[in-house]
Design a protein. Structure first.
Length: 435
């Protein structure tokens, strides 16, 4: 089907064309109170075709082999009416080879729904056993396995098989009044030992239980590894080249400047071994690479696909990612990581005279990478003279991302891929906290 789609595109008048062909099995299982609430398993396969005619771009996708030729021809005709863009087109030169990466786990691919349900039930039981007040909110196991092939008219023909998973769980206090809960995230390409994650969710809920607000103040906020990862899942958008060029990032115009604490080094690496988004090449066939975005606080680069790299008069960083054959490639983070430091969470807490250890945040509609505004509802534990004291709830944590990057005063030595953004514990001074 892929060969036929490419041949049809070129014979229909395209200057150049690209075909992605994918097939995958998707599984989504949710469990509550020991019973599965949802078991969804689906198989899908198809092709997506991008073609370019005189700087005009068109796209077509289908899961029906019989619709390929007619669909591609229709797009080839329709694209003649589109506006031309000199930056549209394929990467200039196809790569001759790609890194060999261990991204397919036959054990994960073969794991059946009953085994996943047992895994979730074990995690839920861990949470419930931690304290009689704990109740289950939800536990979820999502995974996929499949193949991806990319061909284009410049001679590229590459493919890979991959697996991936995301395991999430949340627990709460039975008689809570303030919505105190704890949770965990874990993501990757290969199965791992998930034991202990259920208890982790319960422990987070217990630490924040009974939390009360305290008077507004400017103080140091400590985000543990999970919360710092979620924090940077918001901030990471500021490094996307398309947002920078459209001046929708607070980092626009700052390349080469010291924009953050010298303690911060940030990279994006599609080839990071064992990380959730690792692939040998991006959605346009550009080889996986490591891009240093911040080096000891200095802004070194942004993330680009081929189109936005041409707009910026630079080269792609290999960050054209797809959500499957049905979508065009677009600029996105891959494995986005803050490099760990040397201090433990305990050492960082001990260094804080007055502050807050954040255990959960809820966006309140004011996380904006264009302006840099950051404001979230939070629960956690008060830090006084280097000690964790009383639970905190019903507060807002606010600041400007520009200031938050500059005001990082400690970086932890912990590092886990909770999601496709990974960060160690961070301490940020000068944040506004109050409720």
């Amino acid at each position: 089907m892929a060969e036929r789609a490419l041949e049809t595109a070129m014979s229909s008048g395209a200057d150049e064309a690209e075909v992605c062909a994918g097939g995958s099995r998707l599984s989504d299982i949710k469990l509550h109170a020991g019973r599965p609430e949802q078991v969804r398993i689906s198989d899908e396969s198809g092709v997506g075709v991008r073609l370019f005619c005189g700087g005009r771009a068109g796209f077509f996708s289908t899961s029906d082999p019989a619709a390929v030729e007619s669909g591609v021809r229709d797009v080839a005709r329709a694209v003649q009416k589109a506006d031309a863009d000199p930056c549209a087109g394929l990467p200039e030169t196809p790569a001759e080879s790609f890194a060999s990466l261990d991204i397919f786990d036959p054990k994960l691919a073969a794991l059946g729904p009953d085994e996943k349900i047992r895994t979730l039930a074990g995690l839920e039981r861990e949470a419930l056993d931690a304290d009689p007040r704990i109740v289950s909110k939800f536990f979820s196991f999502r995974d996929s396995s499949g193949s991806f092939r990319l061909m284009n008219s410049r001679g590229l023909d590459a493919e890979y098989e991959s697996t991936s998973y995301g395991v999430v769980g949340a627990a709460a206090i039975k008689d809570e009044r303030r919505g105190t809960r704890g949770f965990f995230y874990r993501a990757g390409r290969k199965l791992e030992d998930f034991s202990g994650l259920g208890k982790q969710a319960a422990d987070r809920a217990l630490k924040a239980f009974g939390g009360r607000p305290f008077p507004p103040r400017t103080c140091t906020v400590v985000f543990d590894g999970l919360m710092a990862s979620l924090l940077f899942s918001e901030i990471s958008d500021a490094f996307l080249g398309n947002l920078v060029l459209q001046e929708e990032s607070f980092l626009a115009g700052r390349l080469g400047e010291a924009v953050a604490s010298p303690l911060l080094t940030i990279v994006d690496d599609l080839a990071w071994p064992g990380a959730p988004d690792t692939l040998p090449f991006d959605g346009e066939g550009v080889p996986a690479r490591r891009t240093v975005l911040l080096e000891k606080g200095v802004l070194k680069s942004f993330l680009f696909d081929t189109y936005w790299a041409r707009r910026a008069k630079t080269v792609s960083t290999g960050n054209a990612l797809r959500a499957g054959y049905r979508t065009r490639p677009g600029v996105s983070q891959s494995n986005f990581a803050i490099e760990p430091g040397s201090k433990s969470l305990q050492e960082i807490v001990a260094s804080v005279d007055d502050g807050l250890l954040v255990l959960e945040t809820v966006n309140v509609g004011a996380v904006d990478v264009a302006s840099g505004d950051y404001s979230v509802a939070a629960t956690g534990v008060r830090i006084e003279k280097g000690r964790l004291t009383s639970p905190v709830g019903g507060v807002t944590v606010a600041g400007r991302m520009q200031d938050m990057l500059r005001n990082v005063v400690a970086v932890g030595n912990d590092f886990t891929w909770h999601i496709s953004v990974a960060s160690p514990t961070l301490a940020i001074e000068g944040m506004t906290v109050g409720g």
